[in-house]
Design a protein around this ligand. Structure first.
Ligand code: GDP
Length: 197
C-alpha cells in the first residue's frame, strides 16, 4: 500500500465522539515508550503525525487519523505507565474498554511490544482481553534495530512459545524498526489485505 494521504481528524476521550464514517479502523496500542508514535510516523511516512513524547503517559486520548481517505489509523494511549494515580488508571481503563467494546469500525488492533523485552504480563493480559472480546489483533515487535538478527529470532521464538501456552494459534506478527524503516510494507500490506476481505 502506498500512503497517498495521512491526516489528523480528531482526539477525544469518548468513543461516542469518535468519527462516524463507516470505514475500517486499525488501532495501535502498547506500553508507554514502546515506540508507538515513531511507528505511526514511520508507517505513514510522516515526521510528526503522531507526537513522539518525552513524557510517557502524557497523551491520554484516542487520536484518529484518516489514511488514503479510506481507513482510520487510531493512536491509543500507552498503558502501563507507573507514575499515574490509581484513579486515573481506572478512568483510563474504562475509556479504553469502552473504545474496544463499542467501536464498530474496528477491524483489528495492533499490540506493540519491544522486541528486546521478555513477554510482559500487562501485554499478555491485554491480548487475552482482546481475545475474550473477539477483537482480531496482531503483534508488532518494535525497535528491531537494537538487536542482531539472531537475537531477534530468539526473542520472537520465545514470545511465540509463551503465547502458545494460552493460545491455540499465533496471531499475525511483524518485526519493525522505525529508525531503520523496517516492516513498513509488511504492516501496510497486511492492512490492505484485511481491508479487501
Ligand atoms: P511511544 O511512547 O510508544 O509513542 O514511543 P515513542 O515513539 O515516543 O518512542 C519512545 C522512545 O523510543 C524514543 O526515544 C524513540 O526515539 C525510541 N524509539 C522508537 N522507535 C524506535 C526504533 O525503531 N528504534 C530505536 N532505536 N529507537 C526507537
Amino acid at each position: 500500500m502506498d500512503i497517498k494521504s495521512a491526516e489528523f481528524v480528531i482526539s477525544n476521550s469518548d468513543v461516542a465522539k469518535c468519527p462516524q464514517r463507516p470505514i475500517p479502523e486499525y488501532a495501535f496500542i502498547g506500553r508507554s515508550n514502546v515506540g508507538k508514535s515513531s511507528l505511526i510516523n514511520m508507517l505513514t511516512n510522516r515526521k510528526s503525525l503522531a507526537k513522539t513524547s518525552g513524557r510517557p503517559g502524557k497523551t491520554q486520548l484516542i487520536n484518529h487519523f484518516v489514511i488514503n481517505n479510506n481507513w482510520y489509523l487510531v493512536d491509543l494511549p500507552g498503558y502501563g505507565y507507573a507514575k499515574v494515580s490509581k484513579s486515573s488508571k481506572k478512568k483510563f481503563q474504562k475509556f479504553i474498554t469502552n473504545y474496544f467494546e463499542q467501536r464498530k469500525q474496528l477491524a483489528m488492533a495492533y499490540v506493540l511490544v519491544d522486541v528486546r523485552h521478555e513477554p510482559q504480563p500487562i501485554d499478555l493480559e491485554f491480548m487475552t482481553y482482546l481475545g475474550i472480546n473477539e477483537i482480531p489483533f496482531g503483534i508488532i515487535f518494535t525497535k528491531a534495530d537494537k538487536l542482531k538478527p539472531k537475537a531477534i529470532e530468539r526473542q520472537v521464538a520465545h514470545y511465540c512459545e509463551v503465547l502458545l501456552k494460552t493460545w491455540e494459534e499465533l496471531p499475525p506478527y511483524f518485526i519493525t524498526s522505525s529508525s531503520k524503516k523496517i516492516g513498513q510494507d509488511e504492516v501496510l500490506n497486511f492492512i490492505d489485505a484485511t481491508n479487501e476481505e
